[in-house]
Design a protein around this ligand. Structure first.
Ligand code: R5P
Length: 301
C-alpha cells in the first residue's frame, strides 16, 4: 500500500486539456473492443497504417511447397522483416522461435488436400488454442461461388463469434476456384461478403482493372495476396499498385520465399508498402541487397 504520510495536497487536473479521444487508425475498426484493436495494431503498423505479412501456410493443403521445405532454414531468417506471420499452429510450434516478436495470424480452416475439393474446409483450430499461442488473428478461407460456399462462410461466422468473444481478429481469405475469374466484380462480391459477415480483415488478390473499387467497397482493412511467383519487379509493382489503390498492405508468400533473394525481396516489399517507394526504387534496393552492396535509401516517391 502506498505511503500516505508524504502525499502532497497540490494536484494538477489539467482542466484546460481536453481528454484524449483519438480515432483508431484502421478503417472500419473504430467500434471494436480494445483487445482486438490492440492485436490489429500489432499486425498493422500504426505509423504507416500498413502491414507486410509473410504467408507461409501453404503446407496446410499443399504439403512442402517449394521454398517451404525447411521452414527452420529458409523462413526463420526472414522473420525479423515481417510485421506478421501467417502460418499454421503446427509450423508455429515446431519451427518458429517463441522469442519472435511478430504478430501471429494462425490458419484456422482446413481439411481437404490438393487431391480433393478444396472448398470443403472446416474449422481446424479452437480459438482457445489461438489465444494460448498469443495469436493476433486467425485466418479462414471463404469460397464464394465454390461448391462448399455456405460451409466456408459458416466457418467464417463461427470464428468471428469466437474471435469477438476472445478479442482475436479474424482474417477472411477470399479463395478463387479454378472456374472463377479474379476480376473486380467477383472480388468485390467476395470481399464484401467477408466484411459483412464480420471479418475484421480481408485478404484478396489484386486485379489490374478496378481494384480500387474492391478496396472502396470493403469497409475493413484489405490486404493483397501475392499469388503465383512473378519476376521481382512485377511483384513490387503489384504491391505498389494495390497499396496506392487502397490496400492496407500485403500478405505475400511465394513472391517472397521463392525469390532468388528472399530477405532482400521482403525488405524491398517493405519499402513499397510502408514508405510508398516507387517499385523501380525498391527494385534497385532489392538488387543492391541481393548483391550485398550498401546503398542510399531512395527518398519518398
Ligand atoms: C491462401 O490460400 C493461403 O493463405 C495461401 O497459403 C497464401 O495466401 C498464399 O500466399 P501467396 O499466394 O502469396 O503465395
Amino acid at each position: 500500500m502506498a505511503d500516505i504520510d508524504g502525499s502532497q495536497e497540490t494536484k494538477e487536473y489539467y482542466l484546460d486539456v481536453p481528454a484524449r479521444n483519438e480515432a483508431f487508425f484502421l478503417k472500419g475498426s473504430g467500434a471494436l473492443d480494445w483487445g482486438i484493436q490492440n492485436r490489429l495494431s500489432r499486425i498493422f503498423n500504426p505509423a504507416s497504417g500498413k502491414t507486410v505479412m509473410l504467408a507461409i501456410d501453404h503446407g496446410y493443403f499443399q504439403g512442402p511447397t517449394t521454398g517451404l521445405e525447411r521452414v527452420d532454414v529458409n523462413i526463420v531468417p526472414l522473420v525479423p522483416y515481417a510485421d506478421a506471420l501467417m502460418l499454421t499452429r503446427g509450423i508455429l510450434r515446431s519451427s518458429i522461435p517463441s522469442s519472435c516478436r511478430n504478430a501471429i495470424v494462425l490458419r484456422a480452416s482446413g481439411g481437404p488436400s490438393i487431391l480433393k475439393e478444396l472448398s470443403n474446409e472446416q474449422i481446424a483450430l479452437d480459438m482457445e488454442d489461438a489465444v494460448r499461442l498469443n495469436a493476433c488473428a486467425v485466418a479462414v478461407q471463404v469460397f464464394v461461388g465454390g461448391e462448399f460456399e455456405t460451409q466456408s462462410i459458416h466457418n467464417l461466422t463461427r470464428l468471428v463469434d469466437a474471435g469477438n468473444r476472445h478479442g482475436v481478429a479474424v482474417l477472411g481469405v477470399t479463395a478463387v476456384g479454378k472456374t472463377l475469374t479474379r476480376d473486380a466484380k467477383y472480388l468485390r462480391l467476395a470481399c464484401r461478403i467477408c466484411a459483412e459477415l464480420g471479418a475484421h480483415i480481408v485478404k484478396t488478390y489484386y486485379c489490374p482493372d478496378g481494384f480500387e473499387t474492391v478496396t472502396a467497397s470493403c469497409p475493413v482493412p484489405l490486404v493483397m495476396a501475392g499469388g503465383k511467383k512473378l519476376p521481382e519487379l512485377d511483384a513490387l509493382k503489384m504491391a505498389y499498385n494495390a497499396v496506392e489503390q487502397g490496400a492496407s498492405g500485403v500478405d505475400m508468400g511465394r513472391n517472397i520465399f521463392q525469390s532468388d533473394a528472399p530477405a532482400a525481396m521482403i525488405q524491398a516489399v517493405r519499402k513499397v508498402v510502408h514508405e510508398g517507394q516507387k517499385p523501380e526504387h525498391a527494385y534497385d534496393f532489392y538488387q543492391a541487397l541481393k548483391h550485398e552492396k550498401k546503398v542510399e535509401t531512395p527518398v519518398g516517391r
